[in-house]
Design a binder for this molecule. Structure first.
Ligand code: 13P
Ligand code: SF4
Length: 303
């Protein structure tokens, strides 16, 4: 079916179902174009908690839809492709976290939102890249922090806060495809460019960047900046997002290989099918959701 017809079908079904379409900043261009709301993990979590619609079509990956389902248990949360996961989230299990907690009984557990509901249920407070530093700073002084699953975000937060942190050994395969040499090369071509990178990148990349920001932070930074060219060190969907929002600036992907295959599993056809069938819906067992909700709500409250 041609793209225009698919979009029309989505608009009609959306009205019929009383649905809202949320999309993460890494989604493919055609999904970003059809979304009612685009954002980073924190924006989308906040929005799902406050949305008035009964049905949320979550164009992103599993942990994002799961977070929405935990925050809005009365709503139907659809993930158009339920196999869209996050390998980093799968690097941390609730059992292994439980064992680490036993070894450090005085520690406060801060978990990146890129994690499973079961891990969140073992967590004191969740965070996203947008508020990880503020969340760790909110931990009472003197208490160590168990942080996971991302060792690079954890290492970066440790550097900013100077707190005692026990950091999990997880990482994002997509952000590991960005290398310092590529950035140095691009800097030689774009002499005045500002280099913005996501905290999930390798520390060797973060060290040579001008700013380290989550995707929402990048959008806010560009808005305030007088620079005209930006080298973007994160998943390539962000380049489309930035170009569309700031058509008078230039955005260059640090690496065209930094593509998250799971984010790209969402298609217009799958959005149509999800709205038609009201499936696949993401649900979380009430006991797990109840324990995870408190940790996510603290995250949503910390700016
Ligand atoms: P943001 O919250 O910065 O959008 O990042 C989400 C993510 O999955 C990064 O890989
Ligand atoms: Fe997970 Fe990395 Fe994809 Fe983000 S970009 S969803 S951390 S695999």
């Amino acid at each position: 079916m041609p793209r225009r017809e698919l979009v029309q079908k989505i608009l009609a079904l959306k009205a019929e179902r009383g649905a809202v379409i949320l999309a993460h900043n890494y989604q493919p261009p055609e999904i970003q174009d059809v979304a009612d709301r685009l954002g980073d993990s924190l924006d989308l979590s906040r929005f799902s908690a406050s949305a008035s619609e009964r049905v949320i079509v979550f164009c992103g990956v599993h942990f994002m839809a799961e977070t929405a389902a935990i925050l809005a248990p009365e709503k139907t949360v659809l993930l158009p492709d339920p196999s869209a996961g996050c390998p980093m989230a799968d690097m941390m299990s609730a059992e292994a976290l439980g064992a680490l907690k036993q070894k450090h009984p005085d520690a406060v557990v801060v978990t990146y939102v890129n994690s499973t509901a079961e891990v969140k249920a073992e967590t004191d407070v969740c965070c996203t890249s947008a508020n990880a530093v503020a969340v760790v700073r909110s931990v009472p002084a003197g208490r160590p922090v168990i942080f996971g699953p991302d060792k690079y975000l954890g290492g970066w937060v440790k550097k900013q806060t100077d707190r005692r942190m026990i950091v999990w050994n997880g990482w994002c395969p997509t952000h590991q495809k960005i290398f310092p040499e590529q950035i140095e090369q691009l800097r030689k071509i774009h002499l005045d460019a500002v280099v913005m990178v996501h905290p999930e990148v390798n520390p060797a990349v973060a060290e040579i960047a001008d700013v380290v920001l989550g995707t929402g932070g990048m959008l806010r930074y560009v808005k305030e900046s007088a620079a005209t060219t930006f080298i973007v060190g994160t998943e390539i969907g962000m380049v489309y997002r930035l170009k569309k929002k700031f058509p008078d600036r230039q955005f260059v992907a640090a690496s065209k290989h930094a593509l998250c295959p799971n984010m790209k599993k969402i298609t217009l056809e799958k959005v149509v099918s999800a709205l038609e069938r009201l499936e696949p819906a993401i649900t979380v067992a009430p006991d797990v959701a109840g324990r995870a909700r408190a940790a996510i709500q603290r995250m949503v409250e910390i700016g």
